[in-house]
Design a binder for this molecule. Structure first.
Ligand SMILES: NC(=O)c1ccc[n+]([C@@H]2O[C@H](COP(=O)([O-])OP(=O)(O)OC[C@H]3O[C@@H](n4cnc5c(N)ncnc54)[C@H](OP(=O)(O)O)[C@@H]3O)[C@@H](O)[C@H]2O)c1
Length: 290
């Protein structure tokens, strides 16, 4: 996807993962309409759940970006919920949800129709945490070649540490000065082990209110984002919660349009040089990670 303005040598180049639908597609459209050259990535149906979490597809993406010589913006947007749903007729279910004015009522109704099997939890961590890392690592050298490299990690309110029931885990994930990427990988393994062994609550992981693996994966991705921002002060690396947006992820019943949901990510993607880094944005406002 390409915008219409700009000199070849000054072209701003962006990569958006999961750019084929939802908020990702909207981000691609708006970046392109601002004259930015957008490389939209979408997974190959035949390869199924691989894509962002598969190191070889991340390295193929890097080979593609090499021809631009640099990358200015990376939006890690692709994600899954780690759930399976049993809603009967989808359209009827959507209408039932759309008839509810109260957001909590909608969420509770969705929660009654979802299950969270171990295999989905595993895929969720693989996509939402390991996937972000694989793509970021492959593209980091190109972001460092930009005069103004920016990474926007699409996060979620569900990634906030308030959903952790145990203080020890919460503090560890919030203490970005002593956290390491290796420790985050260990925690990702530990989460899956505790999930399998029924020990989530005992250890202090998010354990209630549904979307358990999603909550854990987004919190790990937030912590990774903060570590990376510290390690690379020349880049701007931020997490953005888009709000509750009308996309397939929530049966198209969010209360924000994709245009509204994309606003914070676009603000960070197109922020001027030496802007904020290592932050969490709730829509367009800086907010705590807790
Ligand atoms: N919608 C909300 O209310 C909401 C709230 C908070 C946070 N978010 C976050 O916002 C971001 C965008 O969400 P959305 O609502 O636009 O979701 P969506 O409509 O479900 O779109 C998700 C996108 O991610 C892609 N994807 C998923 N797994 C992938 C994989 N393994 N490899 C490559 N691509 C993969 C999907 O590709 P396919 O088309 O191939 O499946 C799709 O393009 C996500 O990070 C989400 O967690 C959304």
């Amino acid at each position: 996807m390409e915008g219409s303005t700009g000199n070849q040598s000054e072209k701003v180049v962006a990569v958006v993962t999961g750019g084929n639908r939802g908020i990702g597609l909207e981000i691609c459209k708006q970046l392109a309409s601002n004259g930015i050259t957008v490389v939209l990535t979408a997974r190959d149906e035949k390869r199924g759940a691989e894509a962002v979490s598969d190191p070889s597809s991340a390295s193929r993406l890097a080979d593609f970006i090499e021809k631009f010589g640099k990358l200015d913006i990376l939006v890690n947007n692709a994600a899954i919920t780690g759930t399976t749903s049993n809603v009967g007729d989808l359209e009827t279910f959507r209408q039932e949800l759309a008839g509810m004015d109260d957001l909590m009522e909608r969420i509770e109704t969705i929660n009654k129709h979802i299950t969270e099997p171990y295999e989905e939890a595993e895929k969720c961590l693989k996509t939402n945490y390991h996937g972000i890392k694989a793509v970021t690592k492959a593209l980091l050298p190109f972001l460092q070649s930009s005069s103004h490299g920016r990474i926007v990690n699409m996060s979620s309110y569900y990634g906030l540490l308030r959903f952790y029931s145990g203080d020890q885990l919460k503090e560890e994930l919030n203490n970005v000065d002593s956290l390491s990427e290796q420790r985050l990988d260990e925690l990702s393994e530990l989460f899956l082990k505790d999930f399998k062994d029924g020990q989530l609550k005992a250890r202090g992981w998010p354990a209630e209110g549904g979307f358990i693996a999603y909550k854990a994966s987004k919190a790990l991705a937030n912590a990774y984002s903060r570590i990376l921002a510290k390690e690379h002060p020349s880049l701007c690396i931020n997490c953005v919660h888009p709000g509750y947006v009308e996309t397939d992820m929530n049966f198209q019943v969010g209360h924000l349009t994709v245009e509204e949901g994309a606003r914070g990510a676009l603000m960070m993607a197109m922020a001027p040089k030496e802007g904020i880094t290592g932050a969490f944005l709730n829509l367009t406002e800086v907010a705590p990670f807790v």
